[in-house]
Design a protein around this ligand. Sequence first.
Ligand SMILES: [Zn+2]
Ligand SMILES: [Zn+2]
Length: 146
Amino acid sequence: MQAVLKDSGLKITAQGCKLLEFLTQVDEQHLTIENIYLGLNAQGETIGLHTVHRIMAHFEQAGLVVGRLFESKNTVYELSNKPRHDHLICLTCGKLIDFIDPLIELRLGLAAEHHGMSIHHHSLNMYGHCFACQKALNSKSGKQKV
Ligand SMILES: [Zn+2]
Ligand SMILES: [Zn+2]
């Protein structure tokens, strides 16, 4: 991690180190500023919401993290060293799932080529309901989907 920091040319404070350490350790890979703030403080770090904001802005500028804005949610951040991927988003519980489909990548590349463009990057987000939420919705409405 130290090497990554050096490469980014970023001057990192002790708090910045803690924050980055936290991002690499948590299971959930899409975090809002508030998630990070609460997570760090739960670990006994005394770090202000404002400071988290400031550090994350630096990290994004340096290309260490990518901020993504999904429908009706706050920006979530993930580390930029993950492989390129697309997202599935549950509209009910907000669950975010990363997925990679080489066939989709291939089709997008072909479509771009067909229209005379080379792709720099793309973003593909699918919105729906995860099976757990779908089940809850069905039982609440008392109807069974046919
Ligand atoms: Zn859900
Ligand atoms: Zn992701």
